[in-house]
Design a protein around this ligand. Sequence first.
Ligand code: SF4
Ligand code: SF4
Length: 95
Amino acid sequence: MPDVPTAPKARKFRGQVFIDWDRCKGCGFCVDFCPPKVLAFSTDYNSHGYHPPFLANEEGCTGCDLCGLYCPDFAIFGVRVPVGGEEPELASAKP
Ligand code: SF4
Ligand code: SF4
């Protein structure tokens, strides 16, 4: 039986990250260990003079929370959000 092309599955979840801007020490663990490499360093400084990360590719985040597991300062975490569902209450601390 020949292969029949199928439409890509619609995503049921998307990822979202929350960053406590002023807790970050700029170590880069989250940026380095994010599996899909969707984090990047901001060019802005936080109040301690570090460059915190930001979500550079919103579509690529899976919400796996590996960034949160690796962060030594509890400054970032990821969550899975149902597509079309309500936004989480938390707000990013990035100014
Ligand atoms: S939740 Fe996962 S995919 Fe999203 S930024 Fe963190 S490590 Fe990367
Ligand atoms: S792992 Fe934590 S402290 Fe290090 S750059 Fe990422 S958010 Fe900042």
